[in-house]
Design a protein around this ligand. Structure first.
Ligand code: UD1
Ligand code: CA
Length: 459
């Protein structure tokens, strides 16, 4: 029989060492708040209840999380981890196992927690880790037979106890039915004057309840964030894991140490990603896509065979197959490119649809536009889509050739097969199939002299 599972996520602490006004659990790891993956992990265990204990930073934490099926309880003042769990009790079930997670331990894995929870409701199971440097953690104290007798906080530990490298990760599974009694018996006679959750260990032993340790498979799973340095360290660990998974799937990463995924990156076969690229939100790369160095891609889907050249920024767009984008291109939200479209250097495209085989290769702005097939947009061409108050659309039909340095003053349509002469300012619709240009007279002034700088006389 499966036991009912309750999960309490402790997230009320101030995080003093972050030196920030933002509550600690709302700092970002891989683009998401620290507590977000903890909630995902909690949900994956299919518990009957999840309760988040918040406090420092006021309502910011519940406001940031705001999802169905989670209850929140405010701990005010924050008197320690034992006191925090006590606040959650009325929001949890009365039986089964209660799993305590920390909002600032984001990398913990579902499988590890499963091992902890399946130990059952007749024991206390503590997730422990063996750390090279246990500084700052509570130490697991064992008797000469190796049985756990207690957990001592670093601040309360003797010099000998501080040498222990087996630490309390803070994560533990406890028999729910016992919690009310144990937590009410905690005392705060310690250096921090707090009610420590780990102090339930001797209370459990006194009640004849077994206390056992479960080791985290990888020590990094149990690492907590207390400072910006630790946040940066966990970010690197997360990114290395992500890169390792991509390599396993067959993605070529020129340097897996220089990749940042802040969301999800799904890749087809034979994708190549050069150094220092950042992927945000949901990014999908089709077969044989190549991403040059120093690109930022946010919420983008890219069709097979497309090459994105270095220093390109694509935000909220869909790119077809066999396109060539960049270098130095900027593709803004609402853009859809069909197959074999070329967007070259210093070209900005916004909220535009561009059909197959069309090109804008140099220094152009294409905004709020519908561009047909086989269109060539010359260097320096700009859609003037904004009249100071409203945005207007530009329509460029199939097979149009637009010369260099053209202004298309929207709303305007360039008809199928039309040619627009260089330097034209198009304010009225240009008819299909014809050449349209605006006249600008070229004038030469004979004998004109360029002004010269006055030479300074020596004094
Ligand atoms: C705690 C453990 C320590 C363990 C370490 C692992 C205690 C007394 N100590 O120490 O044994 O090695 O975690 O990271 O439990 N919190 C509240 N309310 C409070 C205090 C804390 O919700 O009143 C929350 C914090 O937001 C945080 C978690 O509990 O998510 C841990 O609190 P923190 O102050 O970071 O405890 P540590 O000193 O790191
Ligand atoms: Ca901590």
């Amino acid at each position: 029989m499966k036991l009912p599972l309750n999960i309490a996520i402790l997230a009320a602490g101030k995080g003093k060492r972050m030196r920030s006004r933002l509550p600690k659990v709302l700092h970002l790891l891989a683009g998401r708040s620290l507590i977000a993956p903890v909630i995902d992990t909690a949900r994956a265990l299919r518990p009957t209840k999840i309760c988040v204990v918040y406090g420092h930073g006021g309502e910011q934490v519940p406001q940031a999380i705001r999802t169905a099926g989670i209850s929140f309880v405010r701990q005010e003042p924050q008197l320690g981890t034992g006191h925090a769990l006590q606040q959650a009790l009325p929001h949890l079930g009365k039986s089964g196992v209660t799993l305590v997670l920390y909002g600032d331990v984001p990398l913990i894995r579902v499988e590890t927690l499963r091992a902890l929870v399946t130990a059952g409701a007749n024991r206390v199971s503590i997730l422990t880790a063996e750390l090279e440097d246990p500084t700052g953690y509570g130490r697991i104290v064992r008797d000469k037979d190796g049985n756990i007798t207690g957990i001592v906080e670093e601040k309360d530990a003797s010099a000998v106890q501080r040498k222990i490298r087996e630490v309390n990760t803070g994560i533990m599974a406890l028999p729910t039915a016992r919690l009310a009694a144990w937590l009410s018996r905690l005392e705060n006679r310690n250096v921090q004057r707090e009610y420590y959750l780990p102090d339930v260990v001797p209370l459990a032993l006194a009640d004849g309840i077994a206390v056992n340790a479960v080791k985290a498979r990888d020590a990094w799973e149990a690492l907590g964030v207390n400072s910006k340095a630790q946040l940066a360290q966990l970010e690197r660990i997360y990114q290395r894991q992500y890169a390792a998974r991509l390599l396993d799937e067959g993605v070529t990463l020129i340097d897996p140490m220089r990749l940042d995924v802040r969301g999800s990156l799904k890749c087809g076969a034979d994708v190549v990603i050069d150094v220092n690229c950042v992927f945000e939100g949901a990014v999908k790369l089709g077969d044989q896509v190549e991403i040059g160095a120093h690109c930022v891609l946010r919420n983008v889907a890219i069709g097979p065979g497309t090459r994105v050249e270095p220093f390109t920024f694509i935000d909220d767009a869909s790119i077809g197959a066999n396109c060539r984008i960049g270098p130095y291109a900027r593709i803004r939200p609402g853009t859809r490119l069909a197959e074999d479209v070329h967007i070259g250097n210093f070209v900005e495209v916004k909220a535009s649809q561009i059909a197959a085989h069309s090109k804008a290769n140099h220094l152009a702005y294409v905004g709020d536009s519908t561009v047909g097939r086989n269109v060539n947009i010359g260097a320096g061409t700009i859609t003037c889509n904004y009249d100071g108050a409203r945005k207007h659309r530009t329509v460029i039909e199939d097979d149009v050739h637009i010369g260099s340095d053209v202004q298309l003053v929207a709303p305007v349509t360039v008809g199928k097969g039309a040619t627009i002469g260089a330097g034209a300012t198009i304010t009225k619709d240009a008819p299909p199939g014809e050449l349209t240009f605006t006249k600008k007279e070229q004038v030469t002034k004979p004998g004109w002299k360029r002004p010269k700088k006055q030479e300074r006389l020596e004094e």
